[in-house]
Write a protein that binds this ligand. Sequence first.
Ligand code: ADE
Length: 236
Amino acid sequence: MRVDILTLFPEMFESPLGHSILKRGQDKGLVDIVLTNIRNFAADSYNKVDDKPYGGGPGMVMMPGPVFECFEHVQKLSPDKGRPILLTPQGQKFDHAKALELSAEKRLILIAGRYEGIDERIRIGLGAEQISIGDYVLSGGELAAMVIIDAVVRLLAGALGDEDSSKDDSFSQGLLEYPQYTRPEVFRDMKVPDILLSGDHAKIAEWRRQQTIERTKKWRPDLMNDNNNKNEKSES
Ligand code: ADE
């Protein structure tokens, strides 16, 4: 998979892309992440990429020109046209289902907006899908792009050390994950549940399934009503 990121702040990505699963995914050749600075496509010698909003109001708005020039340049860097995505609080809310859907793409082109907003013609003209990572406003789309890349890359086959380790993640079956324990057996008077030390794999699997259902009912009851929820369907 190839992921292009169009941003005014490529340096923000250095640390997240340089560590852990995102680094391993790139090192293994599972994902090629390419950063392009929108400012390099500014039309004037001041590298201007934003301006005051027509009609007045606070803040600055990203101009369409540099974003279009940047996008058209980037799109030509690879034969696959890619799926353009605009990070914005106005977008469809990102979730596990969307992460799975995006992980099947050959190429994503993520556009991170900044300032008070972006000129509406960027959304219209690029035909980009809008994605939000939650109902709050960030200072820009960069952090949202990182969240999406992290969630997508860990779903690519071979990205995780243990092939199975995303299978039981929270949300992978539409529910929360069961509780995990490691050594020591007793920590500050809190003991690992006996069942996990029993060696009875069938009983452990059943206990985990029950835990998954109980915690989801308690902490995220909204997920129990989700039609995509496979466990709940088999329960009823
Ligand atoms: N840009 C600013 N806020 C955002 C959000 N919540 N999701 C995606 N992009 C954003």
